[in-house]
Ligand binder design. Sequence first.
Ligand SMILES: Nc1ncnc2c1ncn2[C@@H]1O[C@H](COP(=O)(O)OP(=O)(O)O)[C@@H](O)[C@H]1O
Ligand SMILES: [Mg+2]
Length: 325
Amino acid sequence: MPPSMIEVDSVTKHFGATQALAGVDLVAEQGKVLALLGPNGAGKTTLVRILTTLLAPDSGRARVAGYDVVTEAGALRTEIGLAGQYAAVDELLTGRENLELVGLWYHLGKPEYRRRAREVLERFSLTDAADRLVKTYSGGMRRRLDIGASLIAHPPVLFLDEPTTGLDPPTRNEVWAFVEELVDDGTTVLLTTQQMEEAERLADRIVVIDRGAVIAHGTDQELKAQLGGDTLEVRVTNMADLERTAALLAQLAGGEPRTDRDQRQVSIPTTGGTPLLIQVGQQLEREQIPLDDLGIRHPSLDDVFLALTGTITRDDERLPEVADT
Ligand SMILES: Nc1ncnc2c1ncn2[C@@H]1O[C@H](COP(=O)(O)OP(=O)(O)O)[C@@H](O)[C@H]1O
Ligand SMILES: [Mg+2]
């Protein structure tokens, strides 16, 4: 197993009466993408600020790249990059100057930071705009510059706080491709997002956070499996084959099939995936059972998120109802 690059242990943070983090635990493995998925106000930025030494936790401990975020903050800072929803670039400098400044801050020599700035401008398609003031840049260009700036020092751990929120789809795709390239190069990424699609596309593991607490975690497949996983569905051509098909599915998938006579359909929960689908198809063919349809239906990450956060919403809404009656 690869070593963990981020370890968060019972971290809490209050802002006045607001409990932004109510005891968060998580682990991110080296060279992987961990997505922190949660709605607005869930505590994502607060956790990122703690992990990037910009904010101290009230209690709990966290280590990034082997350094304690509180007691070893100075040493940690050279190991991390941060980019986010609100681009931290200076509008009154050019794109190139912004990048070179970051290199200077990391104590890179002049030839080195000039070379890396050129490299980043090239990679993020900003070469033509390199010597224009950032205030003339579009939103997408700023975001690219911001992410580029976080990469100047080649940090082994990168924090991306809602890196594509507010971006148009083409620019969002571009950012996703950059993140994938970085991970191919071995960078560990903690990404916060409100978008299931983004978590699904980029993350090796997902931590779902709401109201400062982790409410679920796992791979997207594992999260979906918590909802009962996939369903294998077979629609037979002839009603006469329905029972035989149900028995066959029970035997191959191991479980309790549901039959819908109106639809001439049998369905069964499964984690067997495509191999099982193929096996079922072959067996039905051998038994000469004609089919109208055969497939696996996956729950979406949206289903998962709704199931998780929907519960919390219902609990809250029940309170005034009880008070009314
Ligand atoms: N500096 C602050 N002062 C007061 N409240 C804050 C501050 N920062 C965050 N909060 C509150 O903490 C909670 C979590 O915020 P945040 O971490 O920004 O969530 P997210 O990034 O998931 O949208 C919210 O209720 C927010 O209003
Ligand atoms: Mg935020």
